[in-house]
Design a protein around this ligand. Structure first.
Ligand code: SF4
Ligand code: F3S
Length: 104
């Protein structure tokens, strides 16, 4: 499965949701997650993310995020259409240590 990781926080570009063939993205206030049981591992979302926040779960950098994706994909609403990214998305792209800013 693929996993949304830390750099999505406050960037939330949402290009990913437009390309997913099975619509398995779920949306929080400043972050998106992938439902691990719905993702078919096609990989098309990975290169679409301007923040490079989507990784296969086999990637070490995804390790801390697999559980976050699983947990919140069960409570947040589904999203299938790209909305407006935060006005300051570019400023947050690449900032370290955003984990504490995740709104749940
Ligand atoms: Fe959707 Fe494919 Fe990305 Fe999984 S890997 S979230 S199925 S686009
Ligand atoms: Fe987040 Fe990238 Fe999608 S920033 S909302 S995972 S396009």
């Amino acid at each position: 499965t693929y996993v949304v990781t830390e750099n999505c926080i406050r960037c939330k570009y949402m290009d990913c949701v437009e390309v997913c063939p099975v619509d398995c993205f779920y949306v929080g206030e400043n972050f998106l997650v992938i439902h691990p049981d719905e993702c078919i591992d096609c990989g098309v979302c990975e290169p679409e993310c301007p923040a490079e926040a989507i990784l296969p779960d086999s990637d070490d950098r995804a390790a801390d995020w697999a559980e976050v994706n699983r947990e919140y994909s069960q409570v947040w609403p589904n999203i299938t259409r790209k909305g407006e990214a935060p006005a300051d998305a570019e400023e947050w792209n690449g900032k370290p240590d955003k984990r504490a800013l995740l709104s749940t």
